[in-house]
Design a protein around this ligand. Structure first.
Ligand SMILES: Cc1cc2nc3c(=O)[nH]c(=O)nc-3n(C[C@H](O)[C@H](O)[C@H](O)COP(=O)(O)OP(=O)(O)OC[C@H]3O[C@@H](n4cnc5c(N)ncnc54)[C@H](O)[C@@H]3O)c2cc1C
Length: 463
């Protein structure tokens, strides 16, 4: 619990209406998409780095936790105040400060919703590619803190590839600027890259300088139906092997298709597997690439290859794709959602292995996601009220991680560690690597006040 004097000081720093201690507000800021809520002691809505700096200085003096929060859509519990404290919401910091079309950069505040920012730059013929499926709700600050990826990562990379520089309030309250506004820059350590993906544990991002690209002239969206999942996964490997890099290459299995079609009625086929593929570029290139993709899919046994004909159809397909995660609750009441990545050539082996792990334990496992970059969202479905099923689900997750690492992969491609994966950290990282990371955290946050209880295992959280 924070002291009464801290509450008074928070109100003084932030002004009326920008600091709340009401039970209703605290509940709203107690959770993220992991559905493992813990109440904070306060939630504050700063308007700039100065106020955040004063809050962090007070947190160091008084010893209370501070938890940065964007939209709370995280899948690893990063914005959950597991040790109580003050949630710093960025929702009142959502300005686009500048779009410099001549130099292909933009400067934004962290609370802007990714989709809103993309719509603004696209009006000027510019393109900000990172597109997590939560893009209509999640914020640029949250995307940077998690180094979010998305369907377009297969061709365009992830958030880190678009962050040129940051304004950050360090855990001890100093405000620093990292990085550059130029295409190149190597002065000092690359703090921008260190902070990107640091899950709100090394600093609070208050401004970001982002790289933009010209908007592609044309896009072709192709929906391919396969009689089985392994054939679809093999087509993914072949597309990449034959040097075609689509802008998106998404896979959906039968469980995902069934759940999302019931929910969205987007006209998705009732099949074992579907690939949603996009190619972009000049109209000439997209035409040629779409034709090559069609051929490869048919050679791998595709039942149907359909090119989406109009904007409405494309929008419905993407709305459906983005709704898969939520719609899976139609199949079972609970799920463990993992975002493993393997080398692209191992996607089909991974999917076969995951199916086998589910079969051995009698579990329903839904797989979908960014097959083109080897990043598959594996959702182990279960009912937490059935203890044996819950135990089987946990053992399946460990087995899936073992398989992923054996195939040369990583246990998280984009959702981060947070509290959800901290217990598995040592499966992938050596003790010395974990120790080096802890030393780094201690150097920047000696009192451990910024987002404590995340990344590094610290007992089991009740989630
Ligand atoms: C339906 C659904 C689909 C999703 N699809 C994808 C996907 O395709 N790809 C993907 O990568 N993720 C995906 N996610 C996960 C999630 O949306 C991303 O991790 C997103 O980047 C989180 O942004 P947010 O604004 O909600 O951040 P939050 O959940 O509020 O916070 C996430 C982390 O960032 C930190 N943070 C937030 N703002 C700041 C800041 N200004 N400074 C420092 N730290 C900060 C928090 O402390 C926390 O650790 C999905 C989630 C959902 C619910």
């Amino acid at each position: 619990m924070i002291a009464e004097a801290v509450k008074i000081e928070l109100k003084r720093i932030l002004g009326d209406g920008n600091a709340s201690f009401s039970k209703e507000d605290l509940l709203c800021y107690s959770y993220d998409a992991t559905n493992s809520p813990v109440l904070p002691d306060a939630v504050v809505f700063p308007r700039g780095p100065g106020e955040i700096s004063r809050i962090l200085k007070m947190a160091n003096a008084e010893g209370f936790p501070v938890i940065p929060r964007g939209a709370g859509t995280g899948f690893s519990g990063g914005s959950i105040p597991v040790e109580g404290g003050v949630v710093v919401s960025t929702e009142r910091m959502k300005e686009i400060i500048e779009i410099d079309a001549d130099n292909l950069i933009a400067v934004v505040e962290p609370g802007i919703v990714t989709w809103d920012f993309q719509q603004e730059v696209e009006k000027l013929g510019l393109f900000y590619p990172p597109d997590p499926s939560s893009l209509k709700f999640s914020t640029i600050g949250g995307n940077i803190a998690e180094c979010a990826g998305g369907p377009r990562a297969v061709k365009y990379g992830v958030t880190r590839d678009y962050v040129l520089g940051l304004e950050v309030v360090l855990p001890t309250g100093e405000i620093i600027n990292t990085g550059v506004r130029t295409a190149k820059g190597v002065v000092g350590y690359d703090l921008t890259r260190l902070l990107t993906g640091s899950e709100g544990t090394l600093g609070i991002i208050t401004k970001a300088t982002l790289r933009l690209l010209p908007l592609p002239e044309s896009i072709k969206t192709i929906l391919v139906t396969f009689p089985d999942l392994r054939a679809a996964a093999k087509a993914v490997s072949d597309i990449i092997r034959l040097r075609i890099i689509p802008s998106t290459l998404e896979i959906m299995d039968s469980v995902s298709l069934r759940c999302v079609e019931e929910f969205s009625k987007a006209g998705l086929p009732n099949a074992d597997a579907v690939l949603l593929i996009e190619v972009d570029g000049s109209p000439e290139t997209t035409g040629k690439e779409a034709e090559k993709v069609r051929k490869i899919c048919l050679e791998n046994g595709a039942i149907e290859v359909k090119v989406a004909s109009d904007k409405k159809e494309i929008k419905e397909l993407w709305n459906a794709r983005r709704a898969i995660s939520a719609s899976l609750f139609r199949a079972r009441p609970d799920k463990i959602n993992e975002d493993i990545v393997v080398p692209r050539s191992a996607v089909s082996e991974l999917i076969a292995g995951v199916q086998e792990i589910g079969k051995q334990r009698g579990l329903l496992i839904a797989s979908f996601g960014h097959a083109g970059d080897g990043n598959i969202h594996v959702n182990v479905m279960y009912d937490k009220k059935a203890p044996e099923e819950a135990e089987a689900a946990r053992s399946a997750v460990r087995e899936i991680f073992n398989l992923t690492l054996r195939l040369g992969g990583t246990i998280s491609g984009e959702h981060g560690v947070g509290i959800a994966k901290s217990r598995y950290l040592d499966m992938e990282l050596s003790p010395s690597a974990i120790e080096a990371m802890k030393r780094l955290k201690n150097a920047l946050d000696p009192k451990g006040i910024l987002n404590p209880g995340k990344i590094f295992p610290k007992g089991e959280h009740q989630h």
